[in-house]
Ligand binder design. Structure first.
Ligand code: ADP
Ligand code: MG
Length: 493
């Protein structure tokens, strides 16, 4: 199937071609025809599956462009408002459809001026409610979209949303998009949608198969070392590290900076300007690593995020889905890596079940493995380097006193000396230990009369902790993770 099959307006189709979209994503395939037929819609699909275009393209294709506000898109956060309006601007510019972005924390004047010229308003609930209730704006949008509806409810915007709808025309087409469909969403849908069609991309499709999901089992105090080692090994181009608390974000930013990484924190109470600057730096590559809380990184759409790290496993499956959805965007591949302590293995199993996916367990690479990885990269880099006149001069000078092999050895040693891997050699648990722990954890699951089992579990934890110097117990060679070697192509500059 191609985009041209939808028969979108020429100007809109031209923008799609310009954006380089060739094949519609599953949610786009299902949703676009229904929207074009004029139906209300409730659509569920994972993050990163192209929901913005799924509603943006058909509604823009149907707009008259008469200068009034014809479309309203409500999104949970300021970042998303900016992101969605950027994308809609791209689609609509050939058709002369202007976009206004509306969110709190900035002056009213400019936003109101922009709304007056816009065909589409992309807004966060708080500021939009403000503008409508105070009578500062009057709009009659025919198309109304609730984007990331589940997140809006999570963030406590239900009352605002209900109130906003009292200001909107009864004759309208309403579309609701959500990554998950908890009951509260269904209830809201009943209130604001009329005979809606449903689009639900089934589980196997919902979980973006382009994302490899791995987890590593470490002791609580090993998390920092494990994180540094994995980043050294994977050498991600751009990555996001998720923490549960802002306090942890701050601590990790300090720690990773001290380790020489280009990192920045992102959390909810950063000033808007500062957030924008930080996100831009991340997009442009001035920062390689974002350390963020769930709320701060919601919906963040940065291309080329190669890895997502869960420093701690999130409390619920929905957060997990949202977090890992920051990578593997726009058809690219990505890796999601979770650090868990032995007693969090049950959470892993629960998330696997909820999300309908399988995560693979691996063993944290040793110093030697990182070194080998780097040597491979180094060899490739040396082979690709252009020989310069200055280099020839330098070798000639060195040759007065040294033979050519010694010179080569000296130069290689010089490069290698900058290449030492930090940290202790073995971090985290070995495969056999992990498998045993999983078995025990699953046995304990039923709960009833678990006294004996529970005792066994603890006993085992202790023993496996004491066993850590015993390499054979780690079963490294067996690890299925060895082929992930070729994962770390990007270079940290
Ligand atoms: P979602 O809202 O589902 O999280 P987005 O709408 O933000 O996803 O889209 C994720 C990324 O994929 C964006 O960068 C977008 O430009 C890109 N994208 C969307 N649809 C397509 C497509 N059909 N082909 C290629 N890239 C696409
Ligand atoms: Mg979206």
């Amino acid at each position: 199937m191609k985009f041209t099959d939808f028969n979108l307006k020429d100007t809109i189709q031209a923008a799609v071609t310009e954006a380089g979209f060739t094949e519609p994503s599953p949610v786009q395939k299902d949703a676009i025809p229904l929207v074009l037929e004029g139906h209300d819609l409730i659509a569920q699909a994972q993050t990163g599956t192209g929901k913005t275009a799924a509603f943006g393209l058909p509604i823009m294709s149907m707009m008259k462009g008469d200068g009034s506000v014809e479309g309203l898109v409500i999104v949970p956060t300021r970042e998303l408002a900016m992101q969605v309006s950027d994308e809609l601007y791209r689609f609509g510019k050939n058709a002369g459809l202007k976009t206004a972005t509306v969110y709190g924390g900035t002056a009213y004047g400019k936003q109101i001026d922009r709304i007056k010229q816009a065909s589409i308003v992309v807004a966060t609930p708080g500021r939009l409610q403000d503008l409508l209730m105070s009578g500062k704006i009057k709009i009659n949008p025919h198309f109304v979209v609730l984007d990331e509806a589940d997140e809006m409810l999570d963030m406590g915007f239900l009352d605002e949303i209900k109130n906003i709808f009292t200001f909107l025309p009864k004759e309208r087409q309403t579309l609701m998009f959500s990554a998950t469909m908890p009951n509260a969403i269904r209830k809201l849908a009943e209130q604001i949608l009329k005979n809606p069609k449903t689009v639900s991309i089934t589980k196997s499709e919902t979980t973006n198969t382009k994302i490899t999901q791995l987890y590593y089992v470490v002791q609580e105090k090993e998390r920092d070392d494990a994180l540094v080692r994995l980043i050294d090994y994977k050498n991600p181009q751009k990555c996001i590290i998720f923490c549960r608390m802002k306090k942890e974000v701050d601590r990790l930013v300090a720690h990773m900076t001290a380790q020489g990484f280009k990192v920045s924190g992102l959390h909810g109470d950063m000033e808007q300007k500062q957030r924008e600057v930080t996100i831009r730096a991340f997009k442009q590559g001035g920062i390689d690593i974002f350390i963020a809380t769930d709320v701060a990184a919601r919906g963040l759409d940065v291309n080329d995020v190669t890895h997502v790290f869960n420093y701690h496993i999130p409390f619920d499956s929905e957060s997990y889905v949202h977090r890992i959805g920051r990578t593997g965007r726009g058809g690219k591949t990505g890796e999601a890596i979770t650090l868990v302590s032995p007693n969090e293995l049950r959470t892993i199993k629960r998330i696997e079940k909820d999300v309908g996916t399988k995560m693979t367990t691996q063993v944290i690479p040793t110093r030697m493995e990182v070194q080998n990885n780097r040597s491979d990269e180094l060899i490739a880099k040396i082979a690709q380097t252009q020989i310069t006149d200055k280099a020839i001069e330098l070798v000639k000078t060195l040759q007065h006193d040294l033979d050519i092999v010694t010179i080569a050895h000296l130069l290689a040693s010089m490069i290698q000396s900058e290449n030492t891997v930090k940290g202790k050699d073995h971090i985290g648990l070995g495969l056999e230990e992990i498998e045993l722990l999983i078995e025990r954890a699953m046995q304990n699951r039923g709960g009833g009369g678990g006294g004996r089992n529970r005792g066994g579990y603890r006993g085992n934890r202790k023993r496996s902790g004491g066993d850590r110097s015993n390499k054979s117990g780690r079963n490294r060679r067996n690890s299925s993770g060895r082929n992930s070697r070729n994962g770390g192509q990007g270079s940290r500059s």
